[in-house]
Design a protein around this ligand. Structure first.
Ligand code: UD1
Ligand code: MG
Length: 450
């Protein structure tokens, strides 16, 4: 087998995105907890593109800044002003001048496109096609460009809906916008594209007809319509999210995760859940969560957290970044955990805040316990030793250490280290006045009468 040709990607992101009606640039909106632009970059990388150029508009410097931060200098081309998709790809010409290989063109607002939809384009290139276009069968072809095939089944040209004849508009095979070609051929063809069309734009799609006129071979590969769906509005962003969630839920169920109400559970692009885990209704996974064979009870919210086997989380628990929940640990209702390692079998079952620190194996954190981790300037750590018992409604003022096996009496405010196996408590002695309440009631009742 010969080595595959080097692969690069040009990701178009210079459109205005006005229909989003958002101050945030369209491609920085998220699907599955990941920005659409990052998803497009991920797909290109997974398809083997070593060089990636993001074409950004001058109107959204945040897009260029994001691409530069992720991919480095030389990974961004500015299209100013935006004069069409063909013009947008041409903006990347100089950046790719020294690149010898295949170029993939994709859109940053097509969040469900993945490497499996893109790889066949490179395969067809390797098989000898000069230019390969990713098409799809549209249920409602409406505004999409139509793929006009020749008698041999090859692609002859793409006609935009606004320029199409009534006959051409009946075609349901549509252009996704994604294509692959040799770098030199692509830019040579783009140099010939003119803007004498309904929108007075330089259409990328015109390279197909130009390639055919040049005697080059053009083929199509197909993807599902959902995979190539573009996002132009908040409603379409929500549709893309729904499609993404549907796919992840099916994958989770297929791999042995129990979810009695899968439609109520929201996952992120990188959520990893082990077979045998149970996810109850209305659980939300932000990015960076892994869950072992554990139970996540209803209405819990997790992000940046790791949950080990046989742990029980929730109902109504919140795990924030850095929550490391050990095997058999219990984190119960209205307990928030941030940047705390909770040891095996430890329990915090009700109404607590554990922030910055560690809880040893088998420790018990009572109801209403607070790790006071912030003094308005700095965050400090609280360390609770193995098997320690923290009585309800205690405040542990960090930095502070509770030794293993120690007890903290309920309602204490602990500011100094507690030794192992000691009892620490900071509350006043209880006083009791015999019969006081009865006397009080009779005095008050007499006064009211008078
Ligand atoms: C394009 C295709 C159409 C295809 C459809 C699929 C052309 C001429 N038409 O149409 O055949 O069916 O996508 O969704 O290519 N962009 C730039 N600079 C520009 C213009 C666009 O970067 O000057 C970017 C946009 O940000 C977007 C992508 O290119 O990511 C597509 O642009 P859009 O205006 O949505 O093209 P369509 O008219 O939908
Ligand atoms: Mg579009």
């Amino acid at each position: 087998m010969t080595n595959p040709r080097p692969r690069a990607a040009v990701i178009l992101a210079a459109g205005q995105g006005t229909r989003m009606r958002s101050p945030i640039p369209k491609v920085l909106h998220k699907v599955g907890g990941r920005m659409m632009l990052d998803r497009a970059i991920d797909a290109a990388k997974a398809a083997g593109c070593a060089r990636i150029v993001v074409v950004a508009g001058a109107h959204s410097p945040e897009v260029a800044a994001h691409a530069r931060a992720r991919l480095g200098e030389g990974s961004v081309a500015i299209q100013d002003p935006p004069l069409g998709t063909g013009h947008a790809v041409l903006a990347a010409k100089d950046v790719l001048a020294d690149f010898d290989g295949d170029v993939l063109v994709s859109y940053a607002d097509t969040p469900l496109l993945d490497a499996s939809a893109v790889t066949p384009l490179f395969d067809r290139r390797a098989g000898g096609a000069d230019l390969v276009v990713l098409g799809f069968e549209a249920v409602d072809p409406g505004p999409y460009g139509r793929l006009i095939l020749g008698s041999e089944g090859g692609l002859e040209r793409i006609v935009e809906a606004k320029d199409a004849s009534p006959e051409e508009l009946k075609v349901t095979l549509c252009n996704s916008g994604v294509l692959a070609a040799d770098r030199a051929l692509l830019f040579r063809l783009l140099g010939m594209v003119r803007n004498d069309n309904a929108k007075a734009e330089y259409y990328l799609t015109d390279v197909v007809g130009l390639a055919r006129a040049d005697g080059a071979s053009v083929l199509t590969t197909l993807a599902d319509e959902t995979v190539v769906m573009g996002v132009n509005s908040q409603a379409e962003l929500a549709q893309a999210e729904a499609a993404f969630q549907g796919a992840v839920r099916r994958r989770m169920l297929d791999t042995g995760v129990s979810m009695p109400a899968p439609d109520t559970v929201m996952f992120s692009h990188d959520t990893a859940v082990a077979p045998g885990a149970v996810i109850e209704p209305y659980v939300v996974f932000g990015p960076g969560v892994t869950v072992g064979r554990a139970t996540i009870r209803a209405f819990s919210h997790l992000e940046g957290a790791h949950v080990a086997d046989d742990a029980i989380i929730g109902p109504y628990a919140r795990l924030r970044p850095g929550a490391e929940i050990g095997a058999k640990a219990h984190i119960g209702n209205f307990v928030e955990v941030k940047a705390v390692t909770v040891g095996e079998g430890a329990k915090a079952n009700h109404l607590a805040y554990l922030g910055d620190g560690a809880v040893g194996p088998g420790a018990n954190i009572g109801a209403g316990v607070i790790f006071c981790n912030y003094d308005g300037f700095n965050k400090q750590r609280t360390e609770v030793g193995a098997g320690a018992f923290i009585g309800s409604n205690s405040a542990l003022v960090a930095p502070v250490t509770i030794g293993s096996g120690a007890y903290v009496g309920s309602g204490s405010v602990i500011t100094k280290a507690v030794a192992a196996d000691a009892l620490a408590l900071t509350r006043p002695e209880q006083v009791e006045k015999t019969g006081w309440a009865a006397r009080f009631r009779s005095v008050m009742a007499g006064r009211k009468k008078a």
